[in-house]
Design a binder for this molecule. Structure first.
Ligand code: PRX
Length: 610
């Protein structure tokens, strides 16, 4: 897309926003049309009002009954070298069978199902099956652990848990069912637990009679030949995805069938210039929003063929990913800056021993990409031929909101411009747009189709978190700059959300895991800049009276956090301190700790307790 073309299209999409979204929505199948494109009742949006649809129908029936029937939807490679493929027809068949299974457990429209699976085809099958029968999926990343899982089950009041015996990662096996068992003992709402066999005989798992069932045994029962796809209202919830916020409890972000379908469909198509013959690979895990929107829904709505790799980026060798690109002829490759920085460190030789000429489009997501990593991706991986699209968005936005579009001028380190139909602004504290090159708050004007519909069971928190900071606008929580040409650069989070390797973690969440260690009295965590991961977690810990500080204790606290939340939340550094700086009202001033650590200005300290 020529820059001038973008400007023209963008202008039109904003001037005739309803017409723009209406036209796109018509590219998909609906059971009944809408009366109105959208409705705004601050802070609640409704899109395609009155329409009936099902996002899974647009992936399964729509593709499996047309010429795409035998086209491969998924090419999956396990870390142990196993390969599985699923055509659109086979994917639809698997979902049909699994729908009968879930129904036999009494799962009905609106019921919540928690999915705690590694990156295997059943993760996608489970999500699509829930959507098909109108159940609300709640996917939990398989790298999260006991308390993170049980909290998400409890808050969503799920009645079914789908998990696996274990998973492979870095050549090791992770005992998922064991973690699930411990989580289940803390979450009483689960009536049945369905277990996929990923590892097999090598892993002994505890199966509780009357509660735990093997997935493959249930699937073999062939409970029904056909399960009708549920007719959903466009606004019916599709999923809850928990994400870290500024307070201890993760937020259950809710997305709806109709709008989310339109948003993920069109951004995948336009931002990656997706063509029928492409081989698409997004390296994200469906446990996060990137996987929901750009592994599961976006590419499959477009009938794409996609690659899914179960394992870690550099296992068994640092060229694993490059070998996948070469072997399958990947043409669209979408990943994180942390992964790029990690791969860059192994040197160019690992990359150059593979023929990567199939690549056409490169994409990044999750954190700002530094110009050095951008250059490496552009020259060494893309051989100077492939546009890089830097896509900025969030769990809450559901789809890309600010991005580079192929063909547009690229500015390394600058995400790009707003997607069609979306208006973004960089404003000061009063909501007034800042001048070019000044830092301000990034806000979005309501509304776009895949905007979150709220926080699960918590409308007040939703209003307060997103709609009160800058009245009239959706507050992203990010600081940004805009330049003279309207390009936006993301500076980073302004709140207590920490980005580590692109993962989103809440300070308060990690602190409460640290404090649940019996020797700890209080804790504060901050992000500390890191060349590879963007940030690492540094924790300041006040011990209980009489507890002796030691290196062993540091290690014990780190392991405790891994057990409760998962390895990604482990602090990399712990410093024992006598006390923590607090405001007069007793809030920990993380800002001050951060300023001390990184040597920046601490800002206003007038509320500090002296
Ligand atoms: O800080 C921004 C950063 O990731 C946050 C959203 O995190 P999450 O909800 O986990 O979603 C991640 C995947 C969409 C944002 O508030 N972020 C996301 N994309 C970018 C980014 N920062 C800079 N550049 C990006 N392209």
């Amino acid at each position: 897309m020529e820059p001038r073309e973008y400007d023209e299209w963008y202008k039109k999409s904003i001037e005739n926003r309803d017409e723009f979204w209406d036209k796109i929505a018509r590219e998909l199948d609906w059971f009944e049309p809408w009366d109105k494109v959208w409705e705004w009742n601050e802070p609640f949006a409704r899109w395609f009002v009155g329409a009936k649809c099902n996002i899974a129908y647009n992936i399964l029936e729509r593709n499996a009954t047309t010429w795409r029937k035998n086209k491969l939807a998924i090419i999956w490679e396990g870390e142990n070298g196993e390969i599985r493929t699923l055509s659109y027809y086979q994917l639809a068949q698997e979902c049909e069978k699994f729908a009968a299974v879930l129904k036999s457990f009494g799962v009905r429209k609106g019921d919540r199902v928690t999915i705690y699976l590694p990156r295997i085809p059943e993760q996608i099958i489970s999500m699509l099956t829930c959507a098909k029968i109108g159940a609300v999926h709640n996917v939990v990343y398989s790298g999260l652990s006991v308390e993170a899982l049980s909290e998400r089950i409890r808050d969503s009041q799920s009645k079914i848990l789908i998990t696996a015996d274990g998973s492979y990662m870095h050549g090791r096996t992770l005992e998922l069912k064991k973690i699930a068992d411990e989580a289940l003992s803390r979450s009483p709402t689960i009536e049945a637990c369905i277990v996929v066999r990923r590892i097999g005989e090598k892993m002994i798992v505890n199966m509780e009679p009357g509660r735990d069932y093997w997935y493959h045994e249930l699937m073999a029962l062939r409970l029904a030949n056909e399960v009708k796809t549920e007719v959903m209202d466009a606004e019916d919830p599709l999923f809850i995805l928990y994400t870290s916020g500024t307070t201890g409890k993760p937020k259950g972000v809710v997305h709806a069938h109709g709008g989310y379908m339109v948003g993920t469909y069109i951004t995948t198509k336009v931002d990656f210039d997706l063509k029928e013959e492409d081989t698409y690979w997004c390296t994200g895990d469906a446990g996060w929003i990137t996987g929901h929107s750009y592994v599961v829904y976006g590419p499959l709505l477009n009938g794409a063929t996609e690659i899914i790799y179960e394992g870690a980026v550099n296992y068994p060798y640092p060229d694993k990913w490059w070998s996948i690109i070469e072997r399958y002829g990947v043409s669209i490759f979408y990943t994180t800056p942390t992964a790029i920085r990690g791969l860059m460190r192994f040197g160019d030789a690992w990359t150059k021993r593979h023929n990567l000429s199939s690549l056409r489009i490169l994409g990044t997501v999750g954190e700002p990409i530094n110009p050095v990593a951008w250059d490496w991706l552009y020259t060494v991986v893309g051989n100077g031929r492939c546009p890089i699209v830097d896509t900025y968005w969030q769990t809450e936005t559901g789809m890309h909101t600010i991005t580079t579009i192929p063909g547009m001028k690229m500015k390394p380190g600058w995400a790009g411009k707003p997607f069609f139909g979306i208006e973004s602004l960089v404003v000061d504290d009063k909501g007034k747009p800042v001048r070019a090159q000044e830092i301000g708050h990034l806000v979005l004007k309501p509304s776009w189709p895949s905007m979150l519909r709220g926080l699960y069971n918590d409308p007040e928190r939703y209003r307060e978190k997103y709609w009160t900071t800058i009245p009239g606008y959706y507050y992203t929580g990010d600081a940004a700059k805009i330049d003279e040409e309207g390009y936006i650069q993301i500076i980073g989070r302004e709140d207590d959300v920490i980005k580590v390797s692109g993962y989103r973690l809440g300070s308060a969440e990690i602190e409460s895991a640290i404090v649940s260690h019996p020797g700890v009295n209080e804790a504060a965590v901050i992000p500390k800049p890191d060349e590879l991961k963007g940030n690492i977690i540094k924790a300041f810990v006040v011990l209980k009276q009489g507890v002796e500080p030691s290196n062993e204790l540091k290690q014990e606290i780190i392991e405790h956090v891994a057990h409760e939340l998962g390895s990604i939340a482990k602090p990399s550094e712990i410093e024992f301190v006598e006390s923590l700086p607090k405001t007069r009202s007793g809030k920990i001033m993380r800002r001050l700790l951060r300023a001390k650590e990184v040597g920046t200005e601490a800002g206003d300290l007038s509320t500090l307790e002296q």
